[in-house]
Ligand binder design. Structure first.
Ligand SMILES: [Zn+2]
Length: 209
């Protein structure tokens, strides 16, 4: 029997609260290398605004490598075959204001499944943990746009897990979105991109196929 484990990564890193600002980075045109279908399996409530922003953010981060993302619900995905498909499960409430912590906050925002050391195309995001972390870096006018900041934070977490799944490694970077731990400020700040090393890894992987 293959042993299933989780690649517990993307740990919460503490940082001083800092102002979070919405700013749209302009995507640099990159030749598309591949389209990856991301199946979203929400186990709890979610909001359209947050989900849209999550998708936009993850597309922008991965797009810089030439990897394009196509989003599908479970029902949509069941009706068709896709060559490159990953499944992202969202646990808990992905929508509303976080409640008080109910468990140890030092755990990961998200995990990716592995079997016998092999990274599988299945990831799981803990929505409340991500949202609660993002919320801790927001204040003043940010709160009026909370849905967008939550979406941005979720998009960065999703992008991080996607890099593990697409490159089939648990490798972390020294900088950028693929660092092992991301602070609340990292999740909500103006920009968080792939490091040059990660961009090259993704390009090499897809160009070499
Ligand atoms: Zn990781």
């Amino acid at each position: 029997m293959p042993r299933r484990k989780v690649l517990a990564c993307l740990l919460l890193a503490l940082s001083l609260p800092a102002s979070a600002r919405i700013s749209r980075s302009r995507p640099v045109p990159v030749t598309p290398l591949a389209t990856v279908t991301v199946v979203m399996d929400f186990k709890g409530p979610n909001s359209l605004n947050t989900t849209n922003e999550m998708q936009r953010e993850a597309e922008s981060i991965l797009g810089a490598s030439g990897v394009q993302l196509a989003w599908r619900s479970r029902a949509e995905a069941a009706a068709e075959d896709y060559p490159d498909l990953v499944v992202m499960t969202f646990r808990g409430n992905c929508k509303s204001e976080p409640g008080l912590p109910r468990y140890d906050e030092s755990g990961p925002y998200a995990v990716t499944w592995t079997t016998d050391g092999q990274v599988l195309p299945f990831g799981e995001v803990d929505c409340q943990k991500v949202i609660r972390s993002a919320r801790s870096a927001m204040w003043g006018g940010d709160l009026a746009r909370a849905e967008y900041f939550y979406g941005r934070a979720l998009g960065r977490v999703v992008a991080h897990e996607l890099v593990h799944m697409l490159t089939k490694t648990g490798t972390h970077a020294k900088d950028g979105v693929q660092r092992e731990a991301l602070s609340p400020r990292d999740l909500t700040g103006a920009s968080l991109t792939l490091s040059r090393t990660d961009l090259d890894r993704l390009k090499q992987y897809y160009q070499g196929r």
